[in-house]
Design a protein around this ligand. Structure first.
Ligand code: BTN
Length: 249
């Protein structure tokens, strides 16, 4: 097992736990499994140029340090899939509901709402991972969000319950660790199959936006780089990179 007893660094506030992780690593080595968590993250980073909004003390905003030195950097999408699966299973157990899906590449959705977002930042040296900072934001007890946030949903919105943040973190980390061990032991097919099984829109005809164009298409799978393969109504298969296409819900 790559890690068993993760160490947790708790911060009252920080701009971004991912940034904080990289700042700490400028002077102190962080072991695999370390979690850096902030009660208040006031300048959370999302994918691309987006921001991650989270009300103080209501949600989970944390970064998990991984060192997947056993994985060729070319296979890094497998790490994305592993994290998404760990989150999906953990979140499913927390809401006791099977309707939790993965929205490509690694968002976790309940129906049309986004429960969690992940920003993975890798540092690669030569042909090996040095560190992977896995930044995760989960909407837990926040019931209302600003209008700028696209379709958010929290665990509380789903079940009506108020969640203990420490217990929730523990369940999520344990689930991620379980899937990370599968990655470590080379269970790549299981990871790829489970990811596809729980992928939102897989095999269904839905609407997508690519640049200015809206089109109907069906997700048929992923290529080896993790690009989404969509079949157009014409039957043509097209591979899309992150940010090149958006599923319209
Ligand atoms: C996204 O869906 O756009 C990704 C959101 C990632 C947010 C998390 S919260 C903890 C970590 N620190 C950050 O600044 N971002 C990630």
């Amino acid at each position: 097992m790559p890690f068993t007893e993760p160490q947790t660094i708790r911060l009252k506030e920080t701009d971004s736990t991912n940034r904080e992780a990289f700042r700490i690593m400028e002077h102190t080595a962080l072991a695999e499994g370390t979690v850096i968590i902030a009660a208040h993250q006031y300048s959370g980073r999302g994918q691309g140029k987006t921001i991650w909004e989270s009300a103080p003390g209501m949600n989970l905003t944390f970064s998990l340090i991984l060192r997947p030195v056993f994985l060729p950097p070319a296979d890094q999408f497998l790490l994305n899939q592993t994290i998404a699966l760990g989150l999906r299973v953990g979140l499913t157990s927390l809401v006791a509901n099977s309707g939790i899906t993965i929205k490509w590449p690694n968002d976790i959705y309940y129906k049309k709402g986004k429960i969690s977002g992940t920003l993975i930042e890798n540092r690669i040296m030569g042909n090996q991972f040095e560190v992977s900072v896995v930044g995760i934001g989960i909407n837990v007890n926040q019931a209302e969000f600003s209008s700028d946030v696209p379709n958010p949903v929290s665990l509380k919105n789903i079940t009506g319950r108020v969640y203990d943040l420490n217990d929730t973190l523990e369940i999520i980390i344990e689930s991620i660790m379980n899937w990370y061990n599968k990655l470590f032991t080379g269970k790549h097919e299981e990871i790829q199959e489970s990811y596809q099984e729980h992928l939102l829109g897989f095999g269904q005809q839905l609407k997508y936006l690519a640049g200015e164009e809206t089109f109907s298409g069906t997700i048929r799978g992923l290529d080896e780089y993790g690009r989404l393969i969509i079949e157009r109504e014409s039957g043509r298969l097209q591979a899309f990179d992150i940010k090149e296409v958006r599923l319209l819900l």
